[in-house]
Design a protein around this ligand. Structure first.
Ligand SMILES: Cc1cc2nc3c(=O)[nH]c(=O)nc-3n(C[C@H](O)[C@H](O)[C@H](O)COP(=O)(O)OP(=O)(O)OC[C@H]3O[C@@H](n4cnc5c(N)ncnc54)[C@H](O)[C@@H]3O)c2cc1C
Length: 492
């Protein structure tokens, strides 16, 4: 392993830092040993070990630091850079089969995007761009795992925070000192924050002219004084075994409401302070949004391929794969998954250099795939649900039914398929249930439908704006201009 790259062991020990993670009315002592967090932290540690192994091809010399770094945190400046970056993202995604949405490469890509245009953050009185650049260099040097909380809490969507009639429900600036700014309030959800190093707190939802207090962009260590994470109910501790819940037991990422109790943010950690235009432009006036969401699509395609593999295997085991109607369903599944994969490929092939010299994935393909995602994922899950039938319930309660003398003879005899002994069949169908039916599965459906914004945003804003309608309309206008009301008479 390269001496400079962070190892899984180093990552795990850095999590024992006094952070305030709250669960079931209590503070969690140590996320690396707690059953809700230890499994996914272990998986993240494995990702760091993969990246630290030069033979895995994830390392490069970052021009920004002149040192060896993980490609997933880099700024792509050529087609070759983008291809290598994608291969590195793919390497991590394949390790989790796409089931960890917020691995360190997700927010890392946003931060690389910010750092590609640091001047956007500068104001008349402060050079915030220097903070953005310095933070990106830290990311490259220290392999940080940064999570983000960029959506206001769901208090009321009828107004923005200034109209809620209650001060600082959403995270905002309550004070400013020589030391930095003081933040109070909350942000909706930060996936992975409980096992991350840092959290980016900002707001991607449009703010109104009276929302200046909430127009912030800062990075905080998760153990910052006054930062509290209120986690949703975890699913991993309820997983009876890896055999019974193969996905829940490994990949349950914590989602947490982030509360800031007068947290002091030193100036060097501030990217935007009460600045509506910077907070808006940081995502779309830099390559951040495109780079971060392309990472997400690479991961999504990996996950869909995995689910397609489960579906095919289920039909083989059940002997349904030779039935034409089932082939039709597998073909539908293949088409949907191929569509997403093609979106990833097309975004890479149509990438262009932006004015700051960054190779940005093609936005028509990227946002087109994203726009369909709230339908793609439920459709894929629906096909698998259809193909497995009741097989996901004709299952022993737990692995113990396969080992107990009382139950194993019947279970092993009656739960099998031609050429597929009981253990193998039970494993496959329990995996399928963890994809379609467990609480973990339900959370994943919500995740894939919402992680990049609500469907009306992903379609009505991102896919709509990035399609390139002007060219399509120009084509229609050109066609329409080819004939007039007189044309039929002239022809006659
Ligand atoms: C599992 C999971 C993990 C997440 N992780 C993160 C994370 O790590 N970091 C982070 O910052 N966020 C995270 N989020 C939050 C995510 O970004 C939001 O869910 C998303 O932006 C949508 O916001 P919302 O949930 O408040 O939905 P809303 O904006 O409240 O919309 C909910 C629904 O209300 C309706 N609706 C509301 N407003 C309109 C409108 N103007 N026009 C039409 N229909 C409307 C639509 O039906 C819409 O689907 C996560 C969410 C989930 C589910």
């Amino acid at each position: 392993m390269h001496a400079g790259m962070r190892t899984g062991k180093e990552y795990l020990s850095s999590l024992q830092d006094g952070r305030t993670v709250l669960l079931d009315g209590e503070r969690v002592d140590d996320v690396t040993t707690h059953p809700a967090f230890a499994p996914v932290a272990t998986v993240i540690a494995e990702l760091y070990d993969i990246a630290a192994d030069p033979s895995q091809g994830m390392q490069y010399v970052a021009p920004e630091t002149g040192e060896t770094a993980n490609r997933v945190f880099g700024i792509p400046r050529s087609a070759a850079d983008l291809a290598a970056r994608r291969a590195a993202i793919q390497r991590w995604a394949s390790h989790t089969h796409g089931w960890v949405g917020r691995s360190p490469d997700h927010v890392g890509a946003f931060l690389a995007g910010f750092a590609a245009r640091p001047e956007l953050f500068d104001t008349d009185d402060r050079a915030f761009g220097e903070n953005v650049t310095a933070y990106h260099q830290r990311l490259l040097r220290e392999d940080l795992f940064v999570s983000y909380a960029i959506i206001p809490p769901q208090v009321s969507r009828a107004a923005t925070a200034s109209g809620w009639g209650e001060d600082f429900l959403q995270a905002g600036v309550v004070d400013q000192t020589d030391e930095g700014i003081v933040l109070r309030g909350s942000q909706m959800l930060a996936t992975g924050a409980a096992v991350a190093d840092e959290v980016l707190i900002t707001c991607i939802k449009p703010l109104g002219p009276d929302d200046e207090d909430f127009a912030i962009s800062v990075v905080l260590p998760v153990n910052a004084e006054g930062l509290k994470l209120y986690c949703r109910r975890p699913y991993a501790p309820a997983a009876t075994s890896a055999f019974d819940y193969p996905l829940t037991s490994r990949y349950d990422e914590p989602d947490a409401l982030v509360v800031l109790d007068d947290v002091v943010v030193p100036w060097e950690r501030v990217f935007a302070n009460r600045n509506l235009s910077v907070v808006r432009d940081q995502f779309f006036g830099t390559p951040a949004h495109a780079l971060g969401n392309w990472q997400a699509q690479v991961r999504f395609a990996t996950k869909l391929n995995f689910i397609a593999g489960i579906a095919r295997r289920v039909t083989q085991v059940n002997g349904t794969d030779k039935i034409p109607a089932v082939a039709d369903k597998l073909g539908e599944l293949a088409s949907v998954v191929a569509g997403v994969q093609s979106g990833v490929d097309a975004a890479e092939l149509t990438a262009t250099l932006d004015p700051s010299g960054v190779m940005v994935p093609g936005k028509q393909a990227l946002y087109g795939a994203m726009g369909l995602q709230p339908e793609t994922y439920p459709r894929v899950i629906g096909i698998l649900r259809d193909l497995v039938g009741g097989g996901v319930l004709q299952l022993p309660a737990s692995v113990r039914d396969l080992t107990s003398e009382l139950t194993s003879p019947d279970v092993r005899h009656y739960i099998q398929s031609p050429g597929v002994e009981s253990t193998e069949r039970v494993k496959l169908f329990k995996l399928a249930w963890d994809v379609i039916g467990s609480e973990f599965a339900g959370r994943h459906q919500q995740y894939e439908m919402f992680y990049a914004g609500a469907p009306f945003v992903v379609r009505g804003v991102y896919a709509f704006r990035n399609f390139g309608y002007d060219a399509a309309v120009a084509d229609v206008e050109s066609f329409l201009s080819g004939y007039t009301v007189e044309t039929p008479d002239q022809e006659a």
